[in-house]
Ligand binder design. Sequence first.
Ligand code: ATP
Ligand code: MG
Length: 188
Amino acid sequence: FADVGWDDTGRWDLATLPDLRHCEAFLPNAEEAMRYTRTSCPRAAARALTEHVPLAVVTLGAEGAYAVDRRTGETAEVPAIEVEALDPTGAGDVFVAGFVTGTLAGWPLADRLAFAGLTAALSVQEFGGSLSAPGWAEVGAWWRRVSEFDEQDPVALRRYSFLETLLPAQSRPWPLRRAVPTIGFRQA
Ligand SMILES: Nc1ncnc2c1ncn2[C@@H]1O[C@H](COP(=O)(O)OP(=O)(O)OP(=O)(O)O)[C@@H](O)[C@H]1O
Ligand SMILES: [Mg+2]
């Protein structure tokens, strides 16, 4: 499972990513995907990337994510959940971790996108990168909260009903207290 960062050389040449051919999935963000494939639409970029990797997932920031599986011809798109974004650091990494988790568990493509997106969305609500990645307790607390209060669209919520059988039964209060990173801000 591979992701990339910004190409400071400006070349955006897939030949500089030779390890891609050993990968199951490639999960760049929309801007990166479009630059690497010389396309102007993230969905076209995902399709083009499947010439290089079996499964292309393009993340769309607050819009969610889109995926194409070359082996099955399947495509899936899942919108992001609405959160108050505090710090987007690590959203891409948390998304990959969530997607790997769902893949190892053998979930369908759309469930994997939903789970990866949910974990990433929960992480951008907190400061920090790895420290803001949610655990099962937080995913469970989110699910119980949105299931109990009907502030969210019930049709949209059904997308996450697969969580029902996975979550720990024990309830934790929301929001959870969590470790806070020590971040120093300096004035230039
Ligand atoms: N504001 C947001 N609200 C909800 N979900 C978000 C938000 N920002 C990011 N996400 C989730 O995180 C995923 C990855 O974000 P994004 O597409 O911005 O990746 P990225 O630019 O590669 O991030 P990074 O800078 O961490 O590498 C998105 O597909 C989405 O599921
Ligand atoms: Mg990224």
